[in-house]
Design a protein around this ligand. Structure first.
Ligand code: SF4
Length: 307
C-alpha cells in the first residue's frame, strides 16, 4: 500500500496546540508521523503512542460523543427510543473496557486503544476513587441531560430526512488550505434554518466557539449549499443541564475567522523546513515552558524541558 502523505492542514485543535506549545505541536504533527507502521523507528513509535494518550476529561467527552452519535444513528435506522438508563449502560461498558485497555497496556501494541494520561504518568494501575467517580458522574450526568433535553425532543420531531450526517470528520477548502471540521449533529428546522449542534462536556469559551462556528458555517456552505444567514450554531452544555447557547453567523464574524485561519496557517507554515514537502525540524519548535500547560501535556516523557 502507498505510504500516507503528511499533508499540511488546519483545524481548531491544531491551531490551539501550536499556540499553547510549538514543541508539543511538532511532536503531534511531525515527530509522531508514521508511528503506526510496523517498521517505524522506536522514537517515532514512542511519540505516536504519546500522541494517542487522553486525559480523563477528554476520555469522558469522547465516550459521551460516541454514545450520543450511536443513539441518534440507531434512532434514524429503527426508531430506537433514546433513554438515559440505556445510554448510561452503554457508556458504563465503554468506561470498563477503556479502563482495562489502559491498565493492561494494550496501547503498546495498538496505540489507538485507550491510554489514560493520569495512569500513564501515574502508577499505571490505579487512581484516587474520587477521580474515577467524578469521571463516571460526568459521563452519566451528561447522558441523562442529553436524554431529557428539549433540543433532543426538537431533533426527534423533525423528519429524519431533515437530518444531516451525524458526527463525521470532514473537511472544506479555504483557498489552498484543507480545514478539518467535525460537526456533531445538524438538521434543518421547521422554519428552514440550518441548526448545527455541538455537544459540550466542558465549559463555554466564547472566543474559541466563534472560530468553531465560522468553520461550521463555511463547511455548511460548501457541503450542503447552506445560505450563511440561515445557519445557527447551538452549543449544548451537557454538564450544565443541557443549557443551550446560540450563536448567529454574521458576515463580519466569517471574514474575521477566515483571516484568523489563514494567518494561523501562515504562522505554522513559517516554521517549516520545507513548506512544499511539509517537513519540519524539532529544534525550530521551542518548548513553551509553562507549568499549567506542561502538566497535562502528553509529551512530558520526551520533552527536554521536563527531562
Ligand atoms: S511538556 Fe511543556 S514544553 Fe514540553 S512539549 Fe509539553 S507543553 Fe511543551
Amino acid at each position: 500500500m502507498a505510504k500516507l502523505e503528511n499533508e499540511f492542514t488546519w483545524s481548531v485543535s491544531r491551531a490551539k496546540l501550536f499556540e499553547d506549545c510549538p514543541r508539543a505541536y511538532y511532536y503531534q504533527y511531525y515527530g509522531s508521523w508514521g508511528g503506526w507502521e510496523r517498521d517505524t523507528d522506536p522514537a517515532t513509535r514512542q511519540l505516536y503512542i504519546l500522541k494517542n494518550i487522553k486525559t480523563l476529561p477528554m476520555w469522558a467527552g469522547t465516550i459521551v460523543h460516541e454514545t450520543i452519535a450511536d443513539a441518534l444513528n440507531r434512532y434514524s435506522r429503527n426508531n430506537s427510543p433514546i433513554q438515559a438508563g440505556e445510554l448510561q449502560a452503554i457508556a458504563r461498558q465503554k468506561l470498563r473496557s477503556g479502563w482495562v485497555e489502559s491498565v493492561n497496556g494494550e496501547w503498546l501494541q495498538r496505540p489507538k486503544r485507550t491510554n489514560l494520561h493520569e495512569l500513564y504518568y501515574g502508577d499505571g494501575k490505579s487512581l484516587p476513587k474520587e477521580q474515577t467517580e467524578r469521571t463516571k458522574e460526568r459521563v452519566y450526568g451528561a447522558l441523562a441531560a442529553f436524554a431529557d433535553a428539549q433540543i433532543l425532543h426538537e431533533i426527534l420531531t423533525v423528519p429524519y430526512m431533515n437530518w444531516k450526517p451525524v458526527d463525521q470528520l470532514d473537511s472544506f477548502r479555504l483557498q489552498d488550505l484543507k480545514v478539518w471540521c467535525a460537526v456533531d449533529f445538524a438538521f434543518t428546522d421547521p422554519a428552514g434554518g440550518l441548526r448545527i449542534i455541538d455537544w459540550k462536556t466542558g465549559g463555554e469559551h466564547r472566543e474559541a466557539l466563534r472560530v468553531q462556528l465560522a468553520c461550521y458555517a463555511l463547511y455548511a456552505a460548501e457541503k450542503w449549499f447552506a445560505a450563511i444567514e440561515n445557519v445557527k450554531l447551538q452549543g449544548v452544555f451537557l454538564n450544565e443541564n443541557a443549557r443551550v447557547s446560540t450563536y448567529e453567523v454574521a458576515p463580519d464574524i466569517l471574514v474575521e475567522a477566515q483571516d484568523h485561519i489563514l494567518s494561523s496557517a501562515a504562522d505554522m507554515r513559517g516554521k517549516l523546513l520545507d513548506v512544499a514537502a511539509n517537513t519540519a525540524r524539532e529544534d525550530d519548535f521551542p518548548c513553551c515552558e509553562k507549568e499549567h500547560i506542561c502538566r497535562y501535556c502528553n509529551y512530558r516523557e520526551v520533552c527536554p524541558y521536563i527531562g
